[in-house]
Design a binder for this molecule. Structure first.
Ligand code: SF4
Ligand code: SF4
Length: 447
């Protein structure tokens, strides 16, 4: 059977075997947990607790009045030890609240059952905002904002992103296998918010057990939800690719999925929507694949947010050899980490430790005009031309060539025989365009 997919894309080694059959294990953290104020796209939060305060698990410790933002909760009970700058998973210094756990995990509010069907859509969205929900596939866009499309935009499709196309990662896969009920429950809540929409669960075809478990759970229910297996191809899980694959529609440059009547939500986000709305439980933990050939015993672990990466690696048996690269996320879109003494956050889907054999370093050489990057680009861009424009700081040329549509998927750099740093240069080009626009705006404001 020919499975639906998008144009372009690549087939890197999947390397899923390390953790795909590993059941999710629970990690109980020791000592200090650290909560950065910006675990989402949008305005950072400000602490609402002070040093010495006792906090409970699930208690809000930081918030802001900005719409595009999400509050931060303590994932344990204990005492606020420090508020100050700490290094985060991206390597940046950021204001963080550090809580010394008392090991009791005393809850701020005990779980309670609620029938979401008796709630108004606006009430559901408010609960989701107060639960601190963001896109847990890594994008970290606040979920209540996603669920509030501009007036007049009708949502016709709610697409569940179960593609997990990044090599090595299995946190979404295992969640679908072990906990399909809250994922489908979360989707039903979203369909309650948008009653005219249809639910589609999109899973890459290399996850047969997940497809079976999700389909099995659906067969027990009635409703407008279907499971669609997709062709295995990177970056199938990118929002734009998923929308194209499911609906055949392209999102106009700079527009949001709501423009074409779509909403895309990751499986972990949906499970947390269910826990938030029906049980009153905010986002306190997440599943993470701790994997790679430099880890003794790769695993899928559920850990409270704020736990240090070092503790997760210890829980996976530590390093088996000197890692050449440690990434937060997968090998294609993950961020290289400078330290493992940093906390996991809402968007941390994987910790990947690679040996020098798996992550060799390369020197760049000149473009040989082979065109492979053009064939691989899922956005239909001309990466070598973007590379040239960005390096020459010709930001208007970069923009004219559609550079701002780059989804930074890494496909072009992966296929380039000259090992050119195409993705990094595109990222720099986009930052250059933004800086240029800001400069022009400030210039015209002064005039
Ligand atoms: S130009 Fe951007 S979107 Fe296209 S392949 Fe490269 S990184 Fe991906
Ligand atoms: S793949 Fe590399 S060498 Fe080939 S055209 Fe693109 S930038 Fe040039």
């Amino acid at each position: 059977m020919r499975l639906p997919t998008f144009r372009g894309g690549i087939h890197p080694p999947e390397s899923k075997y390390l953790t795909e059959n590993k059941e999710i294990e629970t990690l109980v953290p020791r000592g200090e947990l650290v909560y950065p104020m910006s675990q989402h796209i949008g305005a950072p939060c400000a602490p609402i607790v002070k040093k010495g305060d006792r906090v409970l698990a699930g208690q809000k410790i930081a918030d802001t009045g900005a719409f595009v933002s999400a509050p931060v909760m303590s994932s344990v009970s204990g005492t606020v030890k420090e508020i100050g700058n700490r290094m985060t998973i991206s390597g940046a210094l950021e204001t963080c609240v550090a809580v010394e756990s008392d090991g009791l995990f005393e809850r701020a509010a005990p779980p309670r059952r609620k029938d979401f069907r008796k709630l108004k859509p606006a009430e559901c969205i408010k609960i989701i905002r107060e639960a601190g929900l963001v896109g847990m596939g890594g994008a970290t866009f606040p979920t209540h904002v996603k669920l509030s499309p501009p007036p007049g935009k009708k949502i016709k499709w709610i697409i569940v992103n179960g593609a997990e196309c990044e090599p090595f990662l299995n946190c979404d896969n295992r969640l679908m296998i072990e906990h399909p009920e809250p994922i489908i429950g979360g989707l039903e809540i979203c369909l309650h918010i948008f009653p005219e929409a249809k639910g589609i669960i999109a899973v890459e075809n290399n996850k047969p057990e997940a497809i079976m478990r999700m389909s099995g759970e659906l067969s027990k229910r009635r409703g407008k939800i279907g499971v669609i297996p997709h062709k295995v191809k990177y970056p199938q899980g990118a929002e734009k690719m998923l929308i194209y694959t499911v609906t055949g529609q392209e999102i106009p440059p700079g527009a949001l999925p709501a423009e074409v009547g779509c909403l895309v939500l990751n499986v972990s986000t949906l499970a947390h929507i269910w826990y938030a709305v029906t049980d009153g439980v905010p986002v306190l933990d997440r599943v993470i694949s701790v994997t790679g050939d430099a880890v003794v015993s790769p695993k899928n672990i559920i850990a409270p947010l704020g736990t240090s990466v070092r503790e997760l690696i210890d829980a996976a048996g530590g390093f088996s050899r000197e890692p050449a690269r440690i990434l937060s996320g997968g090998p294609m879109m993950g961020i290289s980490m400078r330290s493992i003494d940093v906390p996991i956050v809402k968007g941390t889907s994987g910790i990947l430790a690679l040996s020098s054999k798996s992550a060799p370093t390369f020197e760049e050489s000149n473009c040989v005009r082979c065109g492979r990057c053009i064939a691989a680009c899922p956005m239909g861009l001309w990466p070598s031309a973007l590379d040239r424009a960005a390096r020459l700081r010709q930001y208007s040329v970069f923009e004219q060539n559609g550079g701002m549509n780059c989804v930074e998927c890494g496909s072009c750099a992966y296929v380039c025989p000259s090992r050119r740093f195409l993705t990094q240069i595109c990222r720099d080009g986009k930052a250059g365009v933004v800086a240029e626009r800001k400069k022009q705006k400030e210039g015209s404001a002064k005039r």
